[in-house]
Design a protein. Structure first.
Length: 659
């Protein structure tokens, strides 16, 4: 670095405001230029950019470092004479740079004293250019605090970054920070603008030296009058090209000066009719460019790695989505299997014994009637005769009725007693009578074509009209059919006129749980289904009467389910109502029908709440269906009757319909 303390940039000129003899040299102190705050202004074509270039040339001649922020691409002409690094965003620059190069640019400028032109005009993205300038200024300020080396930052069109009106962005804040605090660290700044009225006055008033070229706009001349004097405000309109008023802190007077012409190619000159000839520009060291290219290569590798990671992430997200779908399908299959298993258990061990138990009841009744017939045929001839004489002798009883009438009456009551025993056994799962004897089973097919029990009845329950579907008695086994079968059995066994006196309980429909539920609710049904069958007829009548008198109440689990529905969002309940009405559909259609926009994210969010609560299930191809019956069976304590399930589902539908 040269030991020059001053640089000559202009000569004094005559005119209003001039205090020195014309033709005297005007020198500027190097340290004050490099570390202070300067401001150069003037309308377009008045010579302000030429003045900045002359100062830059003088500093470069003496080996001083500087960084030029070129917003219009007019300083690359310095490369005609000087080895200066030109960085920017297009191919005209020595190297294309991004924000990642900011620290290296600042390091080359301060630590290696490399003059740099930061060409902002070469960037198509203004935001990218501002980010780069912000980072370069930040790193310059940080490194200047450690280097303590005089360095000048020259900023063109500074009103773009530090405006008088409006908010100051991050770039402007960083430049103001350098202007206010950079001097103590050896970092100076020169702001250049053609509109002084638009530059933040806090910056202008704190400058150490100012250059005022020709200004004609009234607002700009008013700034001159406020800062210098009204005399100069009038004279500034008449200044020639390159002529200016020079105001410095190290001089007592304001001088009228004529700045020298720049020696390098004037890239900012207005094009004329002459052919444009681009000068030969000096190239910078390959080592400098290589250091920046290394950063570019590292950035490309990083971007490539990021792209690979994003692609891998997309693949994993796709795989996660597939696994989630498979998991949902597996859950649906598990739920269907559980429902199928519950249906089998209900048929075999549940509250309704089905056709097998009824067939056993009919067989036992037939055996009882056959035993009575066999006892009558075993009497011998003499017993019959004696019995006849006795009846003749006893016909004159006090009541005028045969005295032997008590024996047939007693015999006729045996089926009734057997019926009472049958009532007691039918309430439990066992097939053994109370007296310890074993009721013979039969392998003959049931009247409906099944084997009378086992998987034939289990799978038959899923047919149309079966108990698993209709929630009650198998199809074709109604009260009328049972009565008809009983009548046929009586005829085939040779029933007498006394058969009309047999108790009605010999041919039970056997739905105590269902009838109990219908009269007293689901909780009464559970109590009736487990009642002791050996109780007397009077006790049974009394229990039925008590059940009829109980107030109708909802089971606890029904109340809980209704509470869950009422606490749901109204749109969610409307979606469930749509599912109940349509049987099965997509969440998007349900969401739209519920008053939603049909947005996929919102629709599936509401649908997820219904699915997790168990109100709907996936049935394939993106469609969901209600599962109210299955949910009632899951929540009910024990094994609810079909009627209890129907009642609970009816209550839930009523709550859903009120959405």
């Amino acid at each position: 670095m040269a030991e020059t303390e001053h640089i000559t940039v202009a000569t004094t000129s005559a005119g209003v405001g001039g205090t020195d003899e014309p033709g005297h040299s005007v020198d500027l102190p190097v340290v004050e230029l490099l570390t202070g705050r300067g401001f150069v202004t003037g309308k377009s074509g008045s010579g302000k950019s030429n003045t900045a270039s002359v100062i830059a040339e003088k500093l470069l001649d003496n080996g001083f470092g500087l960084l030029i922020v070129d917003i219009d691409g007019e300083y690359y002409g310095l490369k005609e004479e000087y080895e200066i690094l030109h960085v920017g965003g297009d191919e005209e620059c020595d190297i294309q740079v991004t924000v990642e190069h900011a620290e290296k640019i600042a390091s080359l400028a301060l630590e290696q004293n490399v003059p740099i032109i930061l060409d902002i005009s070469s960037f198509l993205d203004q935001e990218e250019a501002e980010d780069l300038l912000t980072e370069v200024a930040r790193h310059l300020f940080a490194k200047a605090k450690k280097q303590k080396q005089p360095f000048l930052m020259l900023v063109e069109e500074c009103h773009e970054w530090i405006p008088e009106k409006g908010s100051v962005n991050e770039v402007g804040q960083m430049l103001i920070k350098i202007g206010k605090r950079g001097r103590k660290h050896g970092l100076g700044m020169v702001g250049i603008s053609q509109r002084p009225a638009d530059v933040k006055k806090d910056y202008i008033t704190q400058c150490d030296w100012l250059v005022w070229h020709r200004l004609t706009w009234n607002n700009d001349t008013k700034v001159v009058g406020r800062i210098i004097d009204s005399e100069y405000a009038d004279a500034v309109e008449d200044l020639d090209d390159g002529e200016a008023f020079l105001m410095t802190d190290w001089a007592e007077t304001i001088r009228r000066v004529q700045f020298h012409r720049k020696q390098t190619f004037d890239a900012g000159a207005t094009p004329g009719l002459d052919d444009f000839e681009r000068p030969e520009l000096k190239s910078v060291s390959d080592d400098l460019v290589g250091e920046l290219e290394t950063i570019s290569e590292e950035k490309e590798q990083t971007q490539g790695r990021i792209s690979d990671l994003r692609e891998e992430l997309d693949k994993k997200n796709s795989r996660i989505a597939e696994l989630e779908k498979e998991l949902q399908d597996a859950r649906d299959m598990t739920r269907m299997a559980e429902q199928f298993t519950e249906a089998l258990l209900d048929h075999v061990e549940g509250y309704n014994p089905g056709r097998t138990q009824k067939e056993k009841e009919r067989t036992r009744q037939a055996q009882l009637r056959g035993a009575l017939d066999d006892g009558d045929e075993a009497d011998d001839e003499s017993s019959v005769a004696e019995s006849t004489d006795d009846r003749s002798a006893g016909s004159d009883g006090p009541d005028g009725e045969p005295s032997d009438g008590a024996e047939p009456a007693s015999t006729a009551d045996e089926p009734a007693d057997a019926a009472d025993e049958s009532d007691g056994r039918s309430d439990g799962p066992a097939d053994t009578p109370d007296d310890g004897s074993v009721t013979p089973d039969t392998d003959e097919p049931a009247p409906d074509g099944t084997s009378g029990g086992g998987f034939g009845d289990a799978f038959g329950s899923f047919a149309d009209g079966g108990p698993a579907i209709s929630g009650g008695e198998p199809a074709g086994d109604t009260d009328e059919t049972a009565a008809g079968e009983g009548a046929t059995d009586d005829a085939g066994e040779g029933a007498t006129d006394d058969a009309g006196d047999e108790p009605d309980g010999l041919d039970l429909d056997f739905e105590p749980a269902a009838s109990g539920n219908a009269d007293g609710g689901a909780e009464v049904a559970f109590a009736d289904a487990t009642a002791d069958g050996d109780e007397s007829g009077d006790a049974d009548d009394q229990r039925e009467s008590t059940a009829d008198e109980r107030p109708h109440s909802q089971p606890r689990f029904v109340v809980d389910l209704r509470t869950e529905l009422e606490e749901m969002d109204e749109k969610t309940r409307r979606m469930l109502q749509y599912y109940v009405e349509q049987a099965a559909d997509t969440p998007l259609n349900a969401h739209f029908s519920a008053g939603g926009s049909g947005d996929r994210t919102s629709a599936y969010a509401h649908n997820r709440e219904l699915r997790l609560a168990g109100f709907v299930e996936h049935v394939g191809r993106g469609r969901y269906a209600p599962r109210l019956k299955a949910l009632v069976r899951e929540r009910a304590p024990g094994e609810p009757s079909a009627t209890a399930v129907v009642d609970a589902v009816t209550e839930l539908r009523s709550t859903i319909g009120s959405a």
